[in-house]
Design a protein around this ligand. Structure first.
Ligand SMILES: CC(C)(COP(=O)(O)OP(=O)(O)OC[C@H]1O[C@@H](n2cnc3c(N)ncnc32)[C@H](O)[C@@H]1OP(=O)(O)O)[C@@H](O)C(=O)NCCC(=O)NCCS
Length: 247
């Protein structure tokens, strides 16, 4: 019998993987990472339609970067699935600190699926984003905000979270990320991780990403000038926030 602690994830009878089907786009699912995905990371991360808008991945992006990234996300997903397995007999659904699913795939008519993108939801680790409005943002205060957010226990409603995501360019503008954010947030992050406050960020000019957040109820809170330098160019950052209302 499937582990009831995976709720509301379903199990794919073909691959044995847990997955979440999107609320509206029923042909799109979110699954754990797979070994076969790794070969796709390099061309995706070296595509300017992707890397121009992402602050974290290295550039140029190599096979070694792809292997490191896969090892990291696979380990996280496996750890959460193991935690859920260990809690199989618990009468209540347990809260966990991450999502075991993150890879966005389109299921074709023959049942095969194709890689469409990725979404991660993690604890925010940037002091400037964690700083309450009109609070000091010197290095010492930033370090304190980060330390405090990291110290909160799994499931604590005061944890501040953030999303990182992309859709491969051939799938842009089809409503996929709007639905992915909505589905992952309300089906997994809120009920199974206790997520309440989420900070969304987009470099100035990333209208698609700002719209994805706004269509999910996020509101603009801060605009940070010269947030980071990428390939010699300073980038400004639009910050948005959602307070998930539950009950
Ligand atoms: C940003 C991104 C994730 C959006 O995903 P998507 O699946 O294309 O988004 P959606 O189709 O759900 O679009 C949401 C809204 O934004 C609009 N939009 C999408 N791309 C846009 C663009 N480049 N410029 C302006 N509006 C855009 C859509 O038209 C839609 O608005 P509408 O419903 O009013 O028509 C995707 O473009 C992407 O992966 N970009 C590169 C990486 C990136 O920017 N990651 C996010 C970093 S913060």
């Amino acid at each position: 019998m499937a582990n009831p602690q995976l709720h509301p994830l379903e199990i794919n009878p073909r691959t044995g993987e847990p997955f979440l089907r999107l609320k509206d786009r029923k042909d799109i699912i979110i699954t754990p990472p797979r070994r076969d995905d790794v070969a796709l990371y390099v061309p995706i991360m070296n595509d300017p339609r992707i890397y121009e808008w992402l602050g974290s991945p290295p550039f140029p992006y190599t096979k070694e970067h792809a292997e490191e990234w896969y090892a990291k996300i696979k380990q996280s997903s496996d750890a959460i699935l193991a935690e859920l397995e260990a809690a199989r007999e618990s009468p209540e659904l347990v809260l966990v600190g991450e999502s075991p699913i993150r890879v966005i795939r389109q299921v074709k008519e023959d049942g095969e699926d194709v890689y469409v993108g990725d979404i991660g939801i993690i604890r925010c680790v940037e002091g400037k984003l964690l700083a309450p409005l009109a609070s000091p943002v010197d290095d010492e205060h930033q370090a304190n905000y980060v330390e405090a957010n990291a110290a909160l226990a799994v499931g604590d409603p005061n944890i501040i979270w953030t999303f990182g995501y992309y859709v491969v360019p051939s799938y842009h503008g089809k409503g996929i990320m709007t639905d992915v954010v909505r589905s992952l947030l309300w089906e997994w992050a809120v009920p199974r991780m206790g997520v309440r406050t989420i900070v969304g960020t987009a470099f100035e000019g990333n209208e698609g990403s700002v719209k994805v957040f706004q269509k999910n109820g996020f509101v603009k809170t801060k605009f940070i000038k010269n947030h980071i330098q990428m390939r010699g160019q300073w980038r400004n950052l639009q910050v948005l926030e959602l307070l998930a209302q539950v009950g």
